[in-house]
Design a protein around this ligand. Structure first.
Ligand code: HCA
Ligand code: CU
Length: 458
């Protein structure tokens, strides 16, 4: 099975209320999408505005591997605007439901003629064409087949079947795509909106029915509740059907980049890219995962370049605590371990324990300074300054993923973010600092090595 990814973050995604990407941001996103190996990038609808047109032209000039598309109504003027951008493909859409035709004061025959004319015009001017039967899942099946066949005859080599209002459950989607691939014999795209939360499931079902491309956006942004998010879709296709699409390890970076440029934060619960997506908290869960990760993981976090995390909190049981302490080089007796656990459970307000806190609790329980075999750590505070127009939370989260960073705080004052580093060597510290400085939007850092720590906490 071969499935192409068409990413429409720059077109559908910019239709998200509150989102407007700068031209530079669009170019940066397009490059990252290309690096991740998406097959097609829908770069915008030129008729919208001058800056959308400019952005498409800039992206075309990048000469990326991905095919670049412009969206267009079934109007010669729109098609001309798309062609003027130099795109590889024009994606022409026309509403095909009875209501839409009435609103446009078009008969079915007139709609077919309009579609054919614009498809032909784009083809005659050397572009590839996709025809979209907008709102197809609510349209009349026979008419869809008629208009799509006409578009194919006029030169369209892809047909998009959108679930424009996101109401089609997976079983119906699969049936629709099976029928259409039989009746049209063309390359079919699925474009699933998420109004009822079906967007990933329906896109998978569309593929099972015969879709050969799926439209996605990074973080699932788009009109209303958005469309199929690239990250869980690409992973689901790999996990369920062993189909390779994009480079999955690029997904976390892409998500962060979009969080930054869209200003829309990703929920910690978001599959794949959310902060909690690979964290285990419950005592039973943590113990089982330490024994064998598969007990509570559908797939290993490493397939998307992330790491499993076991949260130490009041939910923690003996196994997870012992495991964490062992990794810190601390072996406690059964009784001491229970004391530490007791101390943790007595402070439900602490949401998650850091290694230094645990070591302190362990020393208390043992009643002596522990012979800790972990190498001596260097702790440092790094103050980070960001550009004024960047979304600080996105930068902060990105910093949190750097190895050696133990805590990140957003702060007020001269600097925007404070980072606590926990590393073993000066070299490692420099590496972490370099990684922080590399993050887009970071303008400077100021580092202080911690010499001594005083703690008032119990
Ligand atoms: C739109 C409509 C569209 C088109 C999808 C496509 C939809 O926003 O103009 O061209 O494949 O959801 O129907 O996004
Ligand atoms: Cu859409």
């Amino acid at each position: 099975m071969k499935v192409k990814i068409l990413d429409t973050t720059l077109r559908e995604g910019e239709q998200t209320p509150g989102v407007s990407f700068s031209i530079d941001a669009k170019v940066e996103i397009a490059r990252k999408l290309d690096e991740a190996k998406v097959d097609m990038i829908e770069a915008g609808h030129p008729a919208v505005s001058q800056d959308v047109t400019e952005a498409i032209k800039r992206i075309v000039a990048e000469r990326l591997d991905a095919e670049i598309l412009a969206h267009s109504r079934a109007l010669i003027t729109d098609v001309e605007a798309a062609l003027a951008c130099g795109v590889d493909r024009v994606a022409i859409f026309l509403g095909i439901t009875e209501k839409k035709l009435q609103a446009m004061k078009m008969t079915e025959e007139k709609a077919i003629e309009t579609a054919v004319k614009s498809v032909q015009y784009a083809r005659d001017h050397g572009a590839k064409v996709r025809f979209t039967a907008e709102d197809a899942t609510r349209g009349n099946y026979d008419f869809i087949v008629r208009i799509c066949r006409a578009a194919i005859e006029a030169g369209a080599d892809r047909i998009s079947i959108p679930d424009t209002v996101g109401i089609t459950p997976p079983n119906k989607m699969k049936d629709l795509f099976s029928r259409l691939s039989r009746d049209l014999g063309a390359e079919l795209d699925a474009h699933c909106h998420n109004d009822l939360g079906f967007a990933v499931a329906s896109a998978i079902a569309a593929v099972e029915g015969g879709a050969t491309a799926v439209h996605t956006t990074v973080n699932g942004i788009g009109e209303r509740a958005g469309i199929t998010p690239l990250e869980p879709f690409a992973v689901a296709l790999k996990v369920l059907h062993n189909v390779d699409t994009v480079d999955l390890t690029k997904l976390p970076e892409l998500s962060l980049l979009l969080e930054k440029h869209s200003g829309i934060p990703v929920s910690p619960l978001q599959p794949i890219v959310g902060e909690n997506a690979f964290s285990h908290k419950g005592g039973v869960h943590a113990a089982a995962v330490i024994f064998d990760p598969q007990t509570y993981e559908a797939f290993p976090p490493s397939i998307v370049g992330r790491q499993r995390e076991i949260v130490i909190s009041k939910y923690t049981g003996k196994v997870a605590l012992e495991d964490r302490l062992k990794r810190l080089g601390v072996a406690l007796t059964e009784e001491e371990l229970m004391k530490v656990l007791q101390a943790i459970k007595e402070r439900p307000e602490v949401r998650s324990y850091r290694d230094v806190d645990l070591l302190e609790l362990a020393e208390k329980a043992a009643g002596k300074k522990l012979e800790i075999q972990v190498p001596k750590k260097i702790e440092a505070l790094v103050l980070v300054k960001c550009e004024s127009n960047v979304y600080t939370t996105a930068v902060a989260r990105r910093i949190l993923w750097i190895r050696g960073v133990s805590k990140v705080l957003e702060i007020s004052g001269d600097f925007d973010i404070e980072v606590l580093l926990n590393v073993e060597t000066i070299n490692q510290m420099n590496e972490v600092l370099e990684n922080i400085r590399k993050i887009k939007g970071v303008t400077g850092t100021n580092t202080r090595i911690i010499l001594k720590k005083f703690n008032n906490e119990a």
